[in-house]
Design a binder for this molecule. Structure first.
Ligand SMILES: Cc1cc2nc3c(=O)[nH]c(=O)nc-3n(C[C@H](O)[C@H](O)[C@H](O)COP(=O)(O)OP(=O)(O)OC[C@H]3O[C@@H](n4cnc5c(N)ncnc54)[C@H](O)[C@@H]3O)c2cc1C
Length: 364
């Protein structure tokens, strides 16, 4: 009897666990290797747009702590504007719980999940792929690198290239603010090249600031502190943490013959909001589809994934990059436009909810 094709997935974030689950469901023997012990924390606002919510199993949605249907938009010299749209409600999660639920869903689909196993090296040869952990060399037919930012595996398998843009994000777990109503998030375009956010959850909140400009962490920290003060919150420096955000897709290939990069490893975060989870899930779906075609003998390698990822996310990211530049030039004009124009508000919902092309995601 011919055994099922085997796949190694490196990284147990949303991209890796989703690719693993989908591949196991398509009959592959999948091993997922996660460097850290699970559950593990991940620096993130934990905001899941409807685009992301549609791409995860119910068990992951059970970890949602709060649904926020109102966002207070701030920026420039105009008064804040509160936009309420239940059809674009953002679900707030703690990443340790959400990511664990996704890994557990993968395990239920038959994935062999091994946590606390950092992959030190990886490669592709004529017979397939291999990875090296601290104690073992594992072989398989295919490799999915989902090791986030920075993706060391991308470098090892010859797919290292710069992301189109790089952002720096600072985040801290804060108290819930009494300065805004309960189910209201705040997005403040008072940061050059980015924004500051307040995402309320159950009994705590994510407070952060991110920018794609070459701002120093110290300057971003000061912006975050001032933003926190407007919400009646304080920021102790020791608790603020930072991470790079790889934006707008890698400039070089994200697939080889038997290897693919998914999620942050492929730089699938968007250039306006720095939203990464939905696009990471989408890339996992496309990677699983390309792998399934290879497994069925319908494709000679996994390279079609690169073309499809760029075709599906390229137009969305180009449009969001244009909007980000416009908002950066004049946040006041952007806010006035949203306040005055129903069409502008509908465009915001199109992006957040993924209602209309090019923001419709699928493939999972
Ligand atoms: C401050 C900040 C706020 C953000 N807020 C939001 C938000 O509110 N909403 C949103 O949609 N996106 C947000 N993002 C982006 C989002 O966090 C990422 O896009 C998302 O986590 C990408 O998922 P991933 O699975 O590709 O990578 P990750 O979630 O980073 O997972 C990668 C996994 O790989 C593991 N790993 C790494 N190296 C190895 C190795 N050698 N061997 C084995 N395992 C390895 C890591 O331990 C990790 O578990 C934010 C990002 C930042 C920095």
């Amino acid at each position: 009897m011919v055994s099922a094709p085997s796949v190694l997935v490196v990284g147990g974030g949303p991209a890796g666990s989703t690719a693993a689950r989908l591949l196991a469901a398509r009959g592959a023997r999948v091993t997922l290797l996660e460097a850290r012990r699970l559950p593990r924390a991940k620096l993130c606002g934990g905001g899941l747009t409807p685009k992301a919510q549609r791409l995860v199993p119910e068990s992951a949605l059970a970890t949602v702590e709060r649904r926020v249907d109102t966002v207070e938009l701030r920026g420039g010299r105009v008064p804040p504007y509160r936009l309420t749209r239940p059809d674009a409600a953002v679900a707030m999660v703690r990443r340790e719980a959400f990511d664990l639920a996704l890994v557990e869903a993968a395990a239920r689909s038959g994935v062999d999940v091994r946590d606390g196993v950092p992959v030190r090296d990886a490669g592709e040869d004529d017979d397939g792929v291999w990875v090296l952990t601290d104690g073992e060399r594992l072989r398989a037919d295919l490799l999915v690198a989902a090791d986030g930012e920075p993706s060391r595996i991308a470098g090892r398998i010859g797919l290292a290239s710069r992301p189109a843009l790089s952002g720096l994000g600072l985040e801290v777990d804060a108290a819930v603010s009494s300065a805004v109503p309960e189910d209201t998030a705040v997005v403040s375009f008072t940061v050059r090249g980015g924004y500051a956010w307040y995402f309320p959850k159950r009994g705590h909140a994510s407070l952060g600031a991110a920018s794609a400009r070459p701002l120093r962490a110290h300057a971003l920290h000061q912006i975050l502190t001032r933003f926190a003060a407007t919400l009646g919150l304080g920021v102790e420096s020791g608790r603020v943490r930072g991470h790079w955000i790889p934006i707008g897709l890698r400039t070089g290939p994200v697939a080889g013959r038997r290897v693919v990069l998914v999620g942050d490893a492929a730089a699938t975060t968007d250039p306006l909001f720095g939203e990464g989870i939905s696009y990471a899930l989408h890339s996992a779906g496309l990677a699983a589809a390309a792998a399934a075609e290879w497994m069925a003998g319908e494709a000679p390698d996994l390279r079609a994934y690169d073309t499809r990822l760029r075709a599906s996310l390229g137009p969305a990211f180009a449009r969001l990059r244009w909007v980000a530049r416009a908002v950066d030039r004049s946040p006041s004009v952007a806010l006035l436009l949203i306040r005055a124009s129903e069409a502008a508000r509908e465009s915001v919902v199109d992006v957040v909810a993924g209602r209309r092309a090019p923001f419709v995601l699928g493939g999972v």
